[in-house]
Design a protein around this ligand. Structure first.
Ligand SMILES: Cc1cc2nc3c(=O)[nH]c(=O)nc-3n(C[C@H](O)[C@H](O)[C@H](O)COP(=O)(O)OP(=O)(O)OC[C@H]3O[C@@H](n4cnc5c(N)ncnc54)[C@H](O)[C@@H]3O)c2cc1C
Length: 418
């Protein structure tokens, strides 16, 4: 029986797979994209109802297409982002097959390339690009046993306040997801407890410019991970309600109780680390560092932007910050739900190739793996801070496509003519 053959097989049709297709096409590389669900599925079904993009529409997009009928300063809704990606896939004529899951990929024993098993049959490909996303499987740390009366869910499964049982809510994790969900629940009238870990907390805007602009002109989106651990500090930012700086003191002034890192659980009592003040102080430092860098930039370039001294005013320290709570009796506090906004893990279990280190992490340089013909896209800090974001992945996709095209040229070389 004949088997389908393609040059490059891209797995996943989120923003990474779509960007990959554009650049492969520009390089004349024949390819197929397989997507187990729908195009941009993560933006459709993997986000809460009210989620909007973290950056304004003029910024959170691919370079060659603007959001249609959208105020460039607005924060596009999750469905608008998904529609945009579908439009983009159509524009670049991406050869996407939806509803096809890749089950495994294995190097061919006798020639270059891979045999890929899919739910619609096998395919042979010279190269494979794993564009399966950095935020695949929700991770809940094993702190509170599953069998308690408390409803526990990951932020991935949170949709809206009405979905939760009546009662108070503990949100664990104060990155963009946790902080936004906590804010939404508090606005919906819930009493909210927020467990705050290490984070960066940029100003939403400063001196009339959104922080995405500042990170751009300061070259910070392009920063490569510099030292181990750097890449793990989450950015707490929000485009909700028109876009506001994520300020934990403000949230506390509105009634939220801030807590340190969630540590352990025994007999209905949760214990929190003694790190709340440090985490908030480090978040403040990241905020002020950004203001300083912006002021220095204005000074050096002479660009005409208004002063904004009020941006340095801090809200008063709430009691929960001056005297942090170390233990919480969940029933006593009326907490009926815990939302774990504690991150995701990737899944490369379908790749039976030697492109991983001992910890199972991709071994790669800017997405080009240690195994010839295997490429990654959309990894956190793949080449830069912006790598998992819409605009960042586009640049990484260009690099990976160029590398695939280069390899094709080398392999097409026939040697010197005698
Ligand atoms: C809550 C949240 C908010 C975010 N907000 C923003 C934002 O505002 N702006 C921004 O720029 N970024 C944002 N991001 C980051 C990033 O843009 C998104 O996570 C984005 O979805 C990543 O795109 P991707 O293509 O890399 O992965 P995904 O969108 O996850 O796409 C991967 C695709 O691969 C498919 N797939 C996986 N395994 C297989 C298989 N074996 N076979 C076939 N198909 C497979 C999946 O179905 C999926 O559709 C956010 C992330 C999260 C979690």
């Amino acid at each position: 029986m004949s088997i389908e053959v393609t040059d490059t097989l891209v797995v996943g049709a989120g923003q990474a797979g779509i960007a990959m297709s554009e650049h492969l096409r520009n390089n004349g590389v024949p390819h197929v994209i397989l997507e187990k669900d729908r195009i941009a599925e993560a933006w459709r079904s993997g986000r809460w109802d009210s989620l909007v993009a973290n950056g304004p529409a003029w910024h959170d997009r691919f370079p060659s297409l603007e959001f249609a009928n959208t105020d460039p300063e607005a924060f596009a809704s999750k469905d608008r982002v998904a529609d945009y990606l579908v439009d983009y896939a159509t524009m670049v004529d991406a050869p996407i097959r939806t509803g096809v899951e890749v089950l495994s990929a294995k190097r061919l024993p006798d020639r270059a390339g891979f045999r890929v098993e899919t739910t619609t049959g096998p395919i042979e490909a010279k190269s494979i690009v794993a564009a399966t996303g950095a935020f695949q499987h929700p991770v809940i740390p094993p702190v509170v046993p599953e069998k308690t009366d408390i409803t526990q869910l990951h932020s991935f499964y949170y949709r809206n306040p009405d979905q939760l049982p009546d009662g108070n809510v503990l949100v664990v994790g104060a990155g963009s997801s946790g902080a936004q969900i906590a804010d939404e629940l508090q606005r919906a009238g819930r009493k909210v407890y927020l467990s705050v870990g290490p984070h960066d907390r940029p100003p939403r805007a400063y001196r009339g410019r959104d922080f995405v602009w500042w990170l751009g002109v300061l070259g910070l989106w392009d920063v490569a991970a510099q030292k181990p651990g750097t890449e793990h500090v989450t950015i707490s930012v929000s485009g909700a309600y028109g876009g506001q700086t994520m300020d934990f003191r403000r949230l506390a002034s509105e009634g939220m109780t801030l807590l340190g890192l969630t540590q352990s659980y025994k007999d209905g009592v949760l214990t929190f680390a003694e790190d709340l003040q440090k985490n908030i102080a480090n978040g403040d430092a990241s905020y002020l560092t950004m203001l300083d860098a912006a002021d220095t930039y204005v000074e050096r370039t002479g660009i005409a932007l208004p002063q904004e001294p009020d941006a340095r005013n801090a809200w008063a320290d709430p009691d929960c910050l001056t005297t942090p709570i170390r233990e919480l009796d969940l029933v006593g506090e009326g907490i009926t739900t815990i939302i774990w906004a504690t991150g995701f893990r990737q899944d490369f279990s379908w790749m039976n190739v030697s492109a991983f280190d001992e910890a199972g992490q991709p071994q790669h340089q800017r997405g080009v793996s240690s195994e010839p013909g295997v490429y990654f896209l959309g990894l956190p800090w793949q080449s830069r801070r912006g790598s998992t974001f819409i605009w960042g992945v586009w640049h990484d996709a260009k690099h990976v496509a160029d590398q695939i095209a280069n390899q094709r040229k080398y392999l097409a070389y026939q040697g010197p003519n005698d």
